[in-house]
Write a protein that binds this ligand. Structure first.
Ligand code: MLT
Length: 410
């Protein structure tokens, strides 16, 4: 008799976005004439920039010729892509990385989940509340937690409240923790961490011997030049942090799939007996066993993002989404809503009006405005009373959605 991993049974409902999709489909089936505008899941809508597409096509053509054909690539990613990213995206920040410290993958969501493989279950893990649900659910799946309580907090995880009062920048955990997830620019709140705040976290992690998982999937959307794009801009971070980045939102790769994880060689964790082990070696061992690398054409397309013309075209699309964010933010504020985010992040975090619950506001927006967003409570108990709108969308849809919401709330 095969036994299931019973930790999965502790998970409350379906994963947030499929659940939203299910509700929207039910609404659309019942209301076939409604023109539903989706600003829920953060999924890109603009086509790949021409330079990237050209590189992608050429790489596919390479596969048609014996002399350029590529089979298995290195599990860690091709050096030419890694070195390009280090050179074009990290060096300008004053961050020097070795080729062996970067691992190319098919997504930050997967890496944030898979990284748990190389850490003992006994580690005490701290996550934000609200938070990207993957951090919470993957810790449940792997067996680090007990059951959830009636509010949705899992026994064994340490939740760091991210509230209006603290500007959605959590305070340090009150108890000793071993692993801390940070996401800046933040999904879902759109908050960013200043250099001082990030330095605070690095100093805290070094002092308490904790490892930070730094999710920087949205770093390309930072508009304020004083905000750090990488945790390694902070002195000492290579001794305490793993960084995740993604091409998904940055370059429109949500369907193409490419991301990267940096595990510095200086970063150590310990055996129960106290022996220091390089996490880089363990991650390399994990990846070479469980992963066969990202496809050659995808890596060629990713490298093209960092050519001069590729980056100019990519940046144009990022600016397009951030102009959407400004329209949403401005329109909702005009309608009298309290709004956060949307300045250095493609997410707008709004306070639901009249004390409506997040899901009630979701239903109101869906049925009365035919606009889909994401209920804040889906990101954790402290997200209750908030709602997330994504700036990824076609301009005319974004404008129309904002007009519909404004009219409805008047
Ligand atoms: C989101 O909407 O939060 C993101 O699209 C989810 C993800 O990147 O996995």
């Amino acid at each position: 008799m095969a036994l299931v991993n019973e930790h999965y049974l502790k998970l409350k409902a379906g994963y947030l976005f499929p659940e939203i999709g299910r509700r929207v489909r039910a609404f659309a089936d019942a209301n076939p004439t409604a023109r539903v505008i989706r600003l829920g899941i953060g999924d890109v809508t603009q086509p790949l920039p021409p330079v990237i597409l050209k590189a992608f096509h050429e790489a596919v053509d390479d596969l048609a010729k014996g002399e350029t054909f590529a089979g298995y690539g290195p599990e860690q990613g091709y050096d030419w892509l890694i070195d390009t990213i280090i050179d074009k995206s990290y060096r300008p920040l004053g961050v020097n990385l070795k080729t062996s410290e970067m691992f190319i993958s098919d997504g930050s969501k997967c890496d944030c989940a898979n990284i748990l493989d190389i850490f003992a279950l006994e580690n005490v893990v701290a996550i934000g509340d609200p938070v990207y649900p993957v951090y919470n659910d993957t810790n449940v799946m792997i067996g680090r937690t007990g059951e959830a309580d009636e509010r949705g907090y899992y026994k064994g995880l340490v939740y760091m409240p991210c509230t209006e009062a603290n500007g959605f920048n959590p305070a340090f955990p009150e108890q000793k923790v071993d692993i801390i997830y940070l996401c800046f620019p933040n999904n879902p709140t759109g908050a960013v961490a200043t250099r001082e705040q990030l330095k605070g976290w690095v100093d805290y992690a070094l002092k308490t011997d904790a490892v930070i998982f730094f999710d920087a999937a949205y770093e390309a959307f930072i508009t304020d030049p004083t905000i750090p794009h990488s945790i390694y801009e902070i002195e000492g971070a290579k001794k305490c942090a793993i960084e995740f980045r993604s091409f998904s939102k940055t370059a429109g790769f949500t369907g193409v799939r490419c991301a990267l994880t940096v595990v510095p060689e200086e970063l150590m964790a310990h055996t129960a007996g106290g022996e220091a082990i390089q996490l880089n070696k363990l991650w390399n061992r994990r990846q070479t066993t469980k992963f066969n690398g990202v496809s050659y054409p995808v890596q060629k397309a990713a490298a093209a993002v960092y050519t001069d013309e590729g980056w100019r075209q990519t940046k144009e699309i990022i600016d397009y989404y951030m102009a959407n964010a400004k329209i949403i933010r401005g329109g909702l504020a005009e309608a009298g809503l309290t709004v956060y985010g949307g300045v250095n992040a493609p997410y707008i975090w709004l306070k639901t009006p009249h004390g409506l619950s997040s899901w009630d506001f979701f239903d109101k927006l869906l049925t009365e405005c035919n606009v889909v967003g994401t209920p804040g409570s889906g990101f954790g108990p402290n997200g209750e009373g908030f709602f997330r709108l994504s700036a990824f969308g076609h301009r005319e849809n974004v404008e129309e959605a904002v007009e519909r919401i404004k009219k409805n709330l008047k």
